[in-house]
Ligand binder design. Structure first.
Ligand SMILES: [Zn+2]
Length: 254
């Protein structure tokens, strides 16, 4: 039997066209948002800004590799009929946030829609939630932060850092000393083989994932935010990159 291939939009591609694929245009932005939206209190003007940010996110702001990976997160939600609330919340402490208990994206103000890079972080949190149900890990109570909270944040930081090609932009250890930042950069570059691949199994982390998770806890502001769970693997990240590796994608040589 002939193997079948999919492109980044999940469309079957005949094998003989590999290398010459052109991504079809995204569907109408209104439909794209509506497919994953449950309730909203955004004004029409704010919805327009949100649609623009979602379009930028799904087109990778012109970077085909990012587009392919972001669309995969989105397609998981759209094709499984998973829906979210999109709400303005002037009490937000940050421009954007995602609450896994209520499946809600919250935005502080109109300026919040100018940051597709923050949306990438929050959208990945939504994907984690849909993939492994992160409700019990993500929300602090009066008793403090739950165990595993730091795991969820570190996985998200590694995901967004793996997508970057400029080591200066790696965010997980932004405030750590230079030695640690260089160690982390070197590790990511090794895993990615100079941006030629992404990790698809836990072994691909070369045995250092939990080492950096522990460093993250104490060097990136999570020392007082619950215990880290050393048995909790970054399965959401691995799922995304495994599926990406199975598709016809912009990383594959033509
Ligand atoms: Zn986060």
């Amino acid at each position: 039997m002939e193997p079948t291939y999919e492109d980044c939009d999940g469309i079957a591609v005949p094998q003989d066209t590999i290398g010459g694929i052109v991504l079809p245009p995204l569907s109408n932005p209104t439909d794209t948002l509506n497919k994953i939206m449950r309730n909203t209190n955004l004004s029409e003007a704010q919805l327009a800004k949100l649609r623009t940010m979602l379009s930028r996110f799904l087109s990778g702001d012109g970077n085909e590799r990012w587009a392919c990976i972001h669309k995969q997160l989105y397609r998981h939600m759209a094709s499984n009929n998973l829906k979210f609330d999109f709400m303005m919340n002037s009490n937000n402490l940050v421009p954007q946030s995602y609450n896994p208990v209520t499946s809600t994206f919250s935005f502080l103000n109109d300026d919040s829609f100018n940051y597709p890079n923050i949306f990438e972080h929050e959208f990945f949190h939504a994907f984690q939630d849909m993939f492994i149900a992160t409700d019990t890990y993500a929300i602090a109570t009066s008793e403090g932060y739950p165990d595993g909270y730091t795991n969820i944040e570190f996985e998200t930081a590694v995901f967004t850092d793996l997508l970057k090609t400029n080591t200066v932009e790696y965010g997980a250890f932004m405030n750590a000393d230079e030695e640690l930042r260089e160690d982390y950069s070197g590790w990511l570059n090794l895993i990615k083989d100079n941006n030629k691949k992404y990790p698809t199994t836990f072994d691909d982390f070369q045995g250092r994932y939990n080492f950096f998770l522990k460093k993250f806890q104490f060097n990136s502001g999570y020392a007082d935010k619950g215990q880290i769970l050393l048995n909790m693997k970054p399965v959401s990240l691995l799922e995304v990159f495994f599926n990406f590796s199975m598709q016809i994608n912009p990383m594959k040589p033509s």
